[in-house]
Design a protein around this ligand. Structure first.
Ligand SMILES: Cc1cc2nc3c(=O)[nH]c(=O)nc-3n(C[C@H](O)[C@H](O)[C@H](O)COP(=O)(O)O)c2cc1C
Length: 168
């Protein structure tokens, strides 16, 4: 699938909003992800207001670019929906990756910004959105149309020394 091979982390965006239809498509892609026992623990906060993006960008030294993104998704796992709580991070990871790949398909650029399990970032997001204890922030994905010079493009990372047939 081409999107897998050309996807890059894109952190600079055009000053152009992302269409409502595309936002919905991205969230639909997220919710198509596999999850343990089909528990679908995810919830999403769509952040588009400048003040909120600015506040979110202060979560860590590595999230500053969020303030200039047209949109960011906050991915949250809802403990109340979990049947297999030990697997929630994996469920959320699959949903996050679906968003990144769908973004490529929609000619957008995106980047995964880590939150869980770093306590300071988790608490920052919890406080910002006043989340109850059962809602666990997982990651943030910033999105937009890639700025000039920023593009999804292929970088070859295949390394045959990592492949082990039958034994290590
Ligand atoms: C769990 C996780 C956390 C990440 N956190 C950040 C982050 O806080 N800030 C950031 O700019 N990029 C973050 N990234 C993006 C990585 O830096 C990026 O995926 C990596 O450098 C490889 O580049 P590529 O995505 O273009 O292939 C994160 C990626 C993952 C999977």
């Amino acid at each position: 699938m081409e999107a897998i091979f050309i996807r890059r982390s894109i952190r600079k965006y055009k000053d152009q909003p992302v269409e409502k239809e595309k936002i919905e498509k991205l969230l639909r892609a997220a919710m198509q992800a596999p999850s343990a026992g089909n528990q679908q623990p995810w919830e999403f906060i769509v952040v588009q207001e400048k003040d909120n993006l600015k506040k979110l960008s202060k979560m860590s030294p590595y999230s500053k670019f969020i303030k200039d993104a047209p949109v960011a998704f906050v991915l949250i796992a809802n403990e109340e929906r979990m049947k297999f709580p030990e697997h929630w991070q994996q469920d959320m990871g699959a949903a996050a990756q679906n968003i990144l790949l769908e973004a490529v398909e929609l000619e957008l650029g995106a980047v995964w910004v880590g939150v869980a399990p770093l306590e300071d970032r988790v608490n920052y997001v919890k406080n910002m959105f006043n989340l109850r204890e059962t809602l666990k922030p997982y990651c943030v994905i910033a999105l937009g149309y890639p700025a000039e010079g920023q593009e999804n493009k292929f970088i070859d990372r295949y390394d045959e020394t990592r492949v082990h047939f039958e034994k290590f």
